[in-house]
Design a protein around this ligand. Sequence first.
Ligand SMILES: Nc1ncnc2c1ncn2[C@@H]1O[C@H](COP(=O)(O)OP(=O)(O)OP(=O)(O)O)[C@@H](O)[C@H]1O
Ligand SMILES: [Mg+2]
Length: 283
Amino acid sequence: MVKASDSNNKISKDDGIIVLRNVTRNFGQNIVLDKINLAIESGKTTVVIGPSGCGKTVLVKHIIGLLRPTSGQVFFKGKRIDNLNEDQLGKIRVHFGYLFQSGALFDSLTVAGNILFPIEHFFKIPSQKEAEEVVKIKLQMVGMDGFQERYPSQLSGGQRKRVALARAIALSPEVIIYDEPTTGLDPIRSDVINELILKLKRELKITSVAVTHDMTSAYKIADRIVMLHQGKIIADGSADYIRDINNPVVQQFINGQISEEELEILRMRDSYDATKLWTNIPR
Ligand SMILES: Nc1ncnc2c1ncn2[C@@H]1O[C@H](COP(=O)(O)OP(=O)(O)OP(=O)(O)O)[C@@H](O)[C@H]1O
Ligand SMILES: [Mg+2]
């Protein structure tokens, strides 16, 4: 639980490296996050699960200041960050690596150029030798050494994901946010990413927040799993706790089952009669 604070802009660092306090986020009438309280422990991997569209990406974007709460506060290492300007946020973002859900590589830059981009943006431009070395190390970590001169369009989806991950770890961040790190990867490659997340925690004490639909990955990497549903955290605990929890919404999600309620909605929709989808196509 987040403790009460004596001031609005500071909290105790012991509360968690990242703290969301009463965070609400609306987009128009759509309340995506509804008074969320979440304290992320340093050096641990927290996994966020929940149905598509429930607000997982919106939640992690608040952690890094890419979105700001409609109300409530976000803290990093005890300091409030949701009210900072872009320059101030830039200084905070150096501590974060962020793997975007879409991969989001720069198409006009090579793989090496993509990895060097955050380094050159936040620090001084390294010498050719330093640059080659750092790119090689980061690519080795994701099994992509040798692809330095390729452009993103010349890579498969899974390869792009791994390069994006190499870029996320380019600044040797304290915190890494992974948004769907294994989506689009085959089971072996997914497990490489799982192992990498575990290795970063074990060896470098990295704090990770990972959003995923992949329960195999979630169970493997998570110290803690948080499930988001209709704007609220409806379950929060260890992998074992979540696996056995007596909550039908959580069980249906983790077992990939559609609820009776959702089936009923589908049955009631005319468009569910697949033959009707073909009727208006001119031949
Ligand atoms: N910039 C935005 N403007 C308006 N609505 C938005 C914006 N970003 C997200 N939303 C809405 O917020 C809700 C949550 O979106 P979000 O991307 O966080 O879902 P998600 O849980 O990450 O889903 P998925 O598993 O499909 O990635 C959705 O209803 C989405 O349409
Ligand atoms: Mg998402």
